[in-house]
Design a binder for this molecule. Structure first.
Ligand code: NOJ
Length: 537
């Protein structure tokens, strides 16, 4: 047994507004995704020809539900319908069928912490203090001296306090994000039941799993105590574990499904609590990783800490890009030219560590953040640059929509779309796209890279090196500095290896002596050792 699909495979996040616009209104839609499924995985098996499919195994779709779009779909007014800007439920069914026929699993976003303020549950709840749905949200009287009931803050700094006063009923309501996203009251069993029904709706339709938005926020101090140094009362309350077990038992009513949670807690001991018991989440997104400085030592230590804290039965998930963070090529850009190289190194890292890799659309192109002129800014929290539309075609002939849309796109594409678009990279064997395609092809053919054991290997200070091993043995050596450095693999391992893949398209593949290996600036390599050779060191 080589693990479940969500352990073996690579999961690709699509932000539907920005992937492909089929109906020409400037905003991406479900039909646009259907039209590009062959790009992701044509289902014909491997190896792909040059210019073939990327080879991802699953897609995670950010929200496409009915929404007033105050937070671009993370403010949901109907959990069981598709927003007209994205299409219809029929389009979703077509997407599911098209994906499944190519062997692509489909994971959808589930946003249990809050609804839109236009959700009928909230309009009812806000209608009077006696509403039967009053207790579905968190309403409180003003503090004794006036003002918000406690010191909780919105996760969006620009919003300020997590409370908004509602004049008609004279109470405050809680919102962990914008005022248009009132928090549901998970201490109310009716809310829990209703949200479980949402899961069943999509499970019955055939989805393979859920990414759970801000899952650590669905358990808060029911007494609404002030946050204090060392204890946050608005997240990760002890009730979280019982709630997760109940969610998991809904998922387990169905075969072979998966839940991955957004556990945005910046300490690993709490993150692993979500996966260690085996009956809560299958996977947890680890944001400690996203916030690491670009140093081999930082990544080495963080992976070691995670490995130490996690039960051997718990399965890691790794990502460095999503729709809430500056893209790697920008975030980690150091010396000139290092951004694109580091984007490749980051992809190699997440796709070779033991665990499930998540890639964000456009990461395979090495996209940097887009430059958003002040008059085009739309997001309350500054996240437009990493949400720029996917550049499919050269703007010089496809226009400013770069094949994403025939209309003006909702956000501008990256400045260098002419060179970075899929069309330009597709046939170029030295492109980032060709590199990521090769990386996924190698991973998909090697059980050692999917489910093999992992152990750190001594190397030069700037080099993070680890071994993956099952029936085959691989070393992955990643140079985090922008200088050439001897990899420092020393006598471990001895003997000949085969260099299978480098982030540097100029590097020759084939036999190599690891002891004399010198890595180029920001270069990562995957070395294969003859089957059965003993690991040393
Ligand atoms: C986390 C999502 O990833 C982010 O995009 C959103 O703004 C908040 N949760 C609120 O749903």
């Amino acid at each position: 047994m080589n693990g479940a699909w969500w352990q073996r495979g690579v999961i690709y996040q699509i932000y539907p507004r920005s992937f492909a616009d089929a109906n020409g209104d400037g905003v991406g839609d479900l039909r646009g995704i259907v039209d590009h499924l062959d790009y992701l995985n044509d289902g014909t098996g491997r190896p792909p020809p040059a210019g073939g499919a990327l080879g991802v195994d699953a897609i995670w779709l950010s929200p496409f539900y009915r929404s007033p779009m105050a937070d671009f779909g993370y403010d949901i007014s109907d959990y069981t319908d598709v927003d007209p800007v994205f299409g219809t439920l029929g389009d979703f069914d077509d997407l599911l069928e098209g994906a499944h026929s190519r062997g692509i699993k489909v994971v959808v976003d589930w946003v249990p912490n809050h609804t839109s303020d236009r959700h009928p549950w909230f309009t009812e709840s806000a209608s009077s203090r006696d509403s039967p749905k009053r207790g579905w949200y968190v309403w409180r009287d003003p503090a004794p001296g006036g003002g918000p009931p406690n010191n909780w803050r919105s996760s969006f700094a620009a919003v300020g306090p997590a409370w908004t006063f509602h004049e008609p009923t004279g109470q405050y309501y809680l919102h962990s994000f914008t005022p248009q996203q009132p928090d549901l009251n998970w201490d109310n069993p009716e809310v829990e039941t209703a949200m479980h029904e949402v899961l069943r709706f999509w499970l019955d339709r055939g989805v393979d799993g859920f990414r759970i938005d801000v899952v650590y926020k669905i358990a808060k101090d029911p007494e609404l105590g002030d946050n204090e140094p060392g204890l946050e009362h608005d997240v990760h309350w002890p009730t979280i574990h019982d709630r997760l077990r109940k969610i998991r038992s809904v998922i387990d009513e169905y075969d072979d499904r998966m839940i991955v949670g957004e556990v945005y807690l910046l300490d690993l001991p709490r993150v692993v609590e979500y996966i260690n018991s085996g009956d809560e989440l299958n996977l947890a997104h680890n944001f400690v990783f996203v916030h690491l400085p670009w140093h081999a030592a930082a990544f080495r230590a963080s992976v070691a800490e995670f490995t130490e804290l996690a039960e051997t039965s718990a399965w890691p998930a790794w990502f460095l890009e999503n729709h809430d963070h500056s893209r790697v090529a920008t975030r980690y850009a150091g010396e000139p030219g290092s951004g694109p190289r580091r984007a490749r190194l980051a992809a190699m890292l997440v796709c070779t560590l033991r665990g499930t890799p998540f890639l964000y659309y456009g990461q395979e192109l090495g996209l940097p953040d887009a430059r958003i002129p002040p008059d085009r800014v739309v997001d309350v929290a500054g996240r437009d640059p990493e949400r720029a539309p996917m550049p499919w075609l050269r703007p010089s002939h496809a226009g400013p929509g770069a094949g994403f849309s025939t209309a003006g796109p909702w956000l501008p594409v990256v400045t260098d779309a002419e060179r970075l678009c899929v069309e330009a990279q597709q046939q170029d064997p030295a492109s980032a796209l060709a590199f990521v395609r090769e990386l996924l092809r190698l991973r998909s053919g090697e059980r050692a890279l999917q489910s093999g054991s992992q152990r750190p290997v001594d190397a030069a200070a700037d080099v993070f090196c680890f071994e993956r091993r099952l029936d085959q043995r691989f070393l992955i050596a990643l140079n985090f500095s922008s200088a050439s450095v001897p990899a420092g693999l020393g006598d471990d391992p001895d003997g000949a290896a085969v260099l299978e893949l480098s982030t540097d398209p100029g590097r020759a593949r084939g036999p190599v002596d690891p002891r004399s290996l010198v890595l180029g600036p920001d270069e990562g390599v995957i070395l294969r050792f003859p089957a059965g050779e003993a690991a040393t060191g």
